[in-house]
Write a protein that binds this ligand. Sequence first.
Ligand SMILES: [Fe+2]
Ligand SMILES: [Fe+2]
Length: 284
Amino acid sequence: MSLNEKQVESGDLIPSLDRSTDEVAWDLYRKAIRFGTWDPAAIDLSQDKADFESLDPDLQGYLIHFCTGFLDAEENVALKFCPWIMLGSSTEQQAFLSTQLLEEFKHTEFFMRYFKEVFGKERIPGVKNIVQQKLDDRVKKMLAALEQGPGDREAALVEGLTHYQGIIEGVQAMTGYEVFEAVYGSKGLLPGLAEGFARIKEDEGRHVGFGLRMLKLFARNPVHAKRIRAVYDDYLPYILIRYDQPVVVNGKEYPTPPEVRGRERLTKMFERRLKDIFGKPAAV
Ligand SMILES: [Fe+2]
Ligand SMILES: [Fe+2]
């Protein structure tokens, strides 16, 4: 396990508050340049194809549904990420955030390849993620804020960081890695997907680490603290139903494996993120 993976699991993701945000952003930018160089096209997926073909049909159906959720999410955030870069308030911050944009496209590429080479089919339609759908409005608000004064820009950035780094990456994606591990990875299945997730998690360590550090700093201002908490609270009902939806692949419904325990994992991750930002356990 790399240091980064350990940090992701322990929740100890947040770079020090002692240095300035620009120093941290530049350090993460340099880390992305030097270490974020994995190639989604280079991961060996041959064993995954064999594993998938011999999987129980229920676990095959669930895997297609699960990976569709990841592909949809990675692609959606990649396509909509530019306003987060544009609202960065310095060259250093924008430089770091630009590495995140490229990395989200790399994650998208990995899952596109997985569908083509392992499943031999397209992603399925209709996997619901309301928190992702809400990015459409978020992007509009953030772009509008670019035309406004510094206070409005900062408020839009705080809400954008909460929505994206704080919830989509910090709660939903992190829970997804746990679900993969519980259902497939811990059984030694799908080593290519396990490696893809390990690489993605390293990238996410930088993304979530930077985002949570910003939120922790912004939360020192009571107006921003209220704003951050309101976004978490507004989205909590949508977050919790993520794994409760029916799993339907090509018109056939599949059971959700008992190891998923979506609601329980999501609730824990939600509480962990609030603790990261506000420094105390949250009442959910
Ligand atoms: Fe990603
Ligand atoms: Fe990310």
